[in-house]
Design a protein around this ligand. Sequence first.
Ligand code: ATP
Ligand code: MG
Ligand code: MG
Ligand code: MG
Length: 371
Amino acid sequence: AKQKVGLLFGGCSGEHEVSITSARAIASALQQDENKTKYEVLPVYIDKNGTWQSSNLAQQVLESGEPLLLTEKRKTTVVKEDNNNLAVTGFSSLTPSEQNFSYSEIDVWFPILHGPNGEDGTVQGLLSLMNVPFVGSGVLGSALGMDKIAMKMAFTQAGLPQVKYVAVNRSQVYSSPCIFPKLCDDIEAKLDYPCFVKPANLGSSVGIAKVRSRGELEEALDNAASYDRRIVVEAGVTAREVECAVLGNDNPKVSVVGEITFESDFYDYETKYTEGAAQLHIPADLSPDVVTKIQEMATQAFIAVDAAGLSRVDFFYVEETGEVFINEINTLPGFTATSMYPQLWAATGVSFPQLVDNLIGFAVERYNENN
Ligand code: ATP
Ligand code: MG
Ligand code: MG
Ligand code: MG
């Protein structure tokens, strides 16, 4: 019998649309080559309100690529059925008995949710409680991979070189007018301009600012605090941006190294999602020893946060000095056909359909080892 893959996508984060595009690419890969005889896709769409849609609505989003517009008319509600199944009601064209499936039918879950409420361990906690195999990192790896402050601590412990940084709490930013200047003084004492202000738990460069003065620092801290309780301020480096893909569980494999170039000041949201704004160079033009160093650091980072299945590790390479700093790990990186992660594997000899097949294999392997 075919393995039923619960493709979980959408989600309540700023990366909802990216998740839909990733899910479409994965669904199509599950219907290609050998995969089509092995797998059946059961789509589960989490709309922007956080409602789980395991019906023809999910199929509709998967096919059209358009997020569901929750107008009054289409408003849906989730009801708990007696068989522990969530069904969607209130949508006129829906006949739940015909179009819904039971979550218990799903053999393996493939969560492809980016950012908070998906990449951060919350969904992974739910799937762990359900005691089912799922693709990617568990609770710990996901949480450490999402929170940039906790991630940096894990990397420091593993001896991975990073840029200098200061961890800030929202309460310090919203503190009295005599404490806030002290916070900025402390940051200025530790870091030079330009520096980067980031909400600790986001992705796609949302809420990130490059600041060059005290005024910009104050403004950026205030803005980052609107996104997250935890904020990180980092020393800015002038460097090439290179990335490496990791695949596997306890003995993961690494891909070739890729580079991103762009005209903009940094790799911000607009550059990431405007077609043609950024160029991927795979493999990057680097000496073999720099490549080896980056690949080793990528493996160490993967192990340091207890990642599983897949991760994309991002680095800064300072050509003048030969230094390599780790920037971050992303435990559920963008997974569209043109995303860096699958492109790195394609260049390493693993096609998109093979990659998806491997990931499901690693999910089942990890589950079996832990049960
Ligand atoms: P992703 O979409 O990869 O998850 P993210 O939102 O987690 O991204 P970062 O990767 O931390 O954000 O930073 C986004 C971009 O900002 C980097 O790719 C880089 O262009 C720039 N940047 C971040 N930190 C620094 C730094 N310390 N020095 C120089 N540039 C930086
Ligand atoms: Mg990130
Ligand atoms: Mg990310
Ligand atoms: Mg990044």
